[in-house]
Design a protein. Sequence first.
Length: 150
Amino acid sequence: MPSTSQTSRIDRLLAAYADHPPQSVPSRAQWESLASLGEDRPVALVNYFRFRQQAVYPDGRGDTVSGHEAFSRYTAVSGDALTRAGGRFLMFGKPTVPLIGNDRPWDLVAIGSYRSPQGIFTIFEDPEYRACMMHRTAAVEDQLVTVCVL
């Protein structure tokens, strides 16, 4: 169970990202699960992305850019935010062929590491990151983001 301060932090994050579709940001239960991991263990986020043919912005803007282009707008800012949150990218790449398991059509896999789960909270609180999230939301048709304890 998250502490009172962690619950307040989660409340602020949910309010800050309330204009994003639910599947594009963590839910309360997901934030609480992250908070329950503690503060003293390194973690990685493994991100799988499939992009839209054409970006769809949550604010209804008429940008006619591809999902790839919108995601590039996101990554132009998110990498610096990751660094400010004490994290770093471990890998960024395009999946080629499945070796084991179901063949899901992902366009990109990215793995970022953080010194602790708190770094993930920190990046989502970063004002520049929050502003660029609209590009990620516009770009991504489907995603899977998992937390791995290192």
